[in-house]
Design a protein around this ligand. Structure first.
Ligand code: ADP
Length: 170
């Protein structure tokens, strides 16, 4: 059987923390489906299409990784992908408490589903979409926080490109 995993989020924006989890996990799965959630329960700063575009650009060099947006509940997206696993990242013990509750909910809807967790690499465990969003909105240097493919795009989308004072080539 082909081993398929889903990695989902609102990705406002997709960060190097997310990239790290997917690039390491692809060694253990045949295919990873990255789902950009339309219905996130929170207000996103970027549109669904911009968020999806950033994820696609960030992951374009990884084989067997497919990016798409989805509406509704994650478990339905998992079923639509024909996946058996949901991949998640763990940064801190706070993540663990939240993930434990989330796992209970997902399992109650799809008992055969397995959740697989990768511990964040030490150089990415401080990164969150919230921090990157704040940095980008203020025109800060997001290099190293988002994939090199999307540094300029992220600054332009969050900051309008008006306040960029960093030499992105260095
Ligand atoms: P959203 O994009 O919906 O806010 P999150 O980024 O909070 O979603 O979560 C999506 C998944 O990515 C979660 O499993 C979360 O723990 C993981 N994740 C987010 N940032 C990092 C990081 N820096 N390192 C490892 N995993 C991360």
């Amino acid at each position: 059987m082909i081993k398929k995993a889903v990695f989902a989020g609102s990705f406002d924006p997709f960060t190097m923390g997310h990239f790290d989890i997917i690039s390491r996990a692809i060694r253990s799965f045949d295919e990873i489906y990255v789902g950009v959630a339309a219905d996130t329960g929170k207000v996103c700063q970027l549109s669904l299409s911009d968020r999806t575009e950033i994820v696609k650009e960030s992951l374009k060099d990884l084989k067997n990784v497919y990016v798409t947006s989805f509406e509704g509940f994650l478990v339905d997206f998992v079923k639509a992908c024909g996946a058996q696993f949901v991949l998640r990242g763990l940064r801190t013990s706070n993540d663990f408490e939240y993930e434990k509750a989330l796992a209970e909910v997902y399992k109650s809807q799809m008992p055969k589903l397995e959740l697989i967790y990768l511990i964040s690499s030490h150089n990415y465990c401080h990164i969150s979409s919230t921090i990157v969003r704040e940095l980008a909105t203020m025109g800060g240097n997001v290099k190293g926080y988002v994939h090199d493919n999307v540094v300029e795009k992220v600054l332009k989308l969050y900051n309008g490109g008006e306040n960029i004072k960093w030499n992105l080539k260095s």
